[in-house]
Design a protein around this ligand. Sequence first.
Ligand code: HEC
Length: 103
Amino acid sequence: MTTFRTGLALAMVLGGPAAAQTQDALYVKSLAATCAGCHGTDGKAADGSSIASIAGMPKEYLSAQLKAFKAGTRPATVMHQLSKGYSDAQIEQLAGYFAGQKK
Ligand code: HEC
């Protein structure tokens, strides 16, 4: 873990454009990791899970749902709380990430 953090810090210090892209991908992946506990790794819910698989859903649908949860216009149990933790820009990144995952 410490080695990973040091590596990441180094990558940030040494970062050129290519490194910036890697960091961006890492950043989005780390945002998406917070969803894995319930929606499964990369948004693929475990068989028999009562929580929706979000992998491969259209980006527009995902971002619209997250924004609706955030605004409180779509009923929810936990997603209201969770979605409030993300900016609209982060919601777009999350939607793009999960839309790009295989169902
Ligand atoms: C604590 C468990 C939990 C976590 C963590 C979680 N979700 Fe959810 N998610 C749910 C539940 C439960 C629902 C059903 C709505 C509700 O009751 O809140 C849901 C619904 C959704 C839906 C709507 C799916 C549909 O079929 O319309 C989307 C999109 C979604 N979540 C995305 C995310 C994203 C993106 C993250 C990470 C930022 C995330 N969720 C993290 C539990 C979770």
